[in-house]
Design a protein around this ligand. Sequence first.
Ligand code: NAI
Ligand code: MG
Length: 491
Amino acid sequence: MNKRIAPHKLNFDTGWAYSPAPESIDHVHIKDQYKLFIGGKFVAPKAGKYFNTINPANEKVLARVAQAGATDVDRAVNAARGAYDNIWSKMKPAERGKYIYRIARIIQERAREFAVIESVDGGKPIREARDVDIPLAAAHFFYYAGWADKLNYAFPCRTPQSLGVAGQIIPWNFPLLMAAWKIAPALACGNTVVLKPAETTPLTALKLAEVIEAADLPPGVVNILTGDGSTGAAIVNHDDVNKIAFTGSTNVGRIIQHALAGTDKKYTLELGGKAANIIFADAAIDQAVEGVVNAIFFNQGHVCCAGSRLLVQESVADEVVFKLKERMQTLIVGDPLDKNTDIGAINSAAQLERINAYLDLGQEEGAEMFQCGGKNPDKGYWCQPTLFTNVAQSHRVVREEIFGPVLAIQTFRTLDEAVAKANNTQYGLSGGIWTDKGAKIFNVGAKIRAGVIWANTFNKFDPTSPFGGYKESGVGREGGMHGLSAYLDLH
Ligand code: NAI
Ligand code: MG
């Protein structure tokens, strides 16, 4: 144990608290009500139903959003089919690329507006929306725009053919970024799209519909339907959809895989995770602790590839846990629009309930729980960063995806034990290795059964690099050239 630092508590109320630094919101316009974006126009849902999307940091209603029913899904798929048959599949690939570039540029121009809306609709800190979500969304459109007229070079000696209409269903943790991950490669490969954002975070997808209008895309090439799981199911089960791309929970992924079995629809599923961050004794400990904070407390732990398990070599375990607790006391939980905020609001009441159930369960299972005891704002949904120590491999808080700022810490003695523990999971989306030795990175990296392994860093994304899971973390890859083949028939 590092004896030099006394285990004190930093008091932000009386001490050196940061002054509030709220992001300005004057430039942001959210309408009271949003319709469905079908065939290049905003149209009312047939059944006339709407639902509210709220700001999870203060529980205020931001807008009323249309609930698309099966008839609306049918209209959107027909619009996408018409646009595919008559325009998009026949257009010169370089022309398609120009439209995608245009979307990328408009997102960049409106980046500040997108960042604020992402933050208020979903609860994430503005710093993250501004520095991660929005720039990466634009980067995905730029990257795939470049591929539109180079598909023959991406797949030499093959004949890449578009698939037709892609149905795309996305979650609430990275709303605009997930829309970009799905739409950009689909369009570059010559497909048209029906996209459904998550019910708690529909607003940036609807803003994207405005961008698509402004970019003058031919009507029907991209259709955006808001709604709940029943809307998603209607897209999955529509006969005239050729490909389904889904990101979300493993449970819904399983339902979708069942529904698609026996059909000729192509599909990719990006599902849950329970990634292990492994800290070896030879690692730069302060850097590793910062990496762990980023891996699990980033975006309130609402990250499928979050490092929600920590495996730390026994000889440095006390030091790591001590430093982690120290660092946690300096994390600022609160107003997502404040530029100093590290941990924003939990996305919804339902998600907070799920996380809290795991906090109870972990303690019932005999784990030791650590929280800093910071005060939550009066309104909204909040969870203080949490550690569980004294956990066993059989504990549910070690095995199941919690999707909140909750870290389970285990120790190991040997490299083989670390690998065995890291792989002892139904998931396999990502992993992290912290060590001073390059050889150890390659050795352990090759043995961890997960789609992405970060070394001496975590949660770094780039449009050129493929992303996807082993085991119950999913089927297929998105991103990079791999992401193209998910939207093509390759003869
Ligand atoms: P979810 O998987 O239900 O929602 C994801 C998307 O799927 C949403 O757009 C939803 O409307 C849609 N959907 C729901 N049921 C559907 C169905 N039968 N057919 C087609 N689409 C459907 O996730 P939820 O309920 O919001 O979160 C539950 C848990 O799932 C979280 O606690 C977390 O553990 C996990 N999750 C994982 C994500 C990831 O990126 N891996 C993202 C979101 C949630
Ligand atoms: Mg919302």
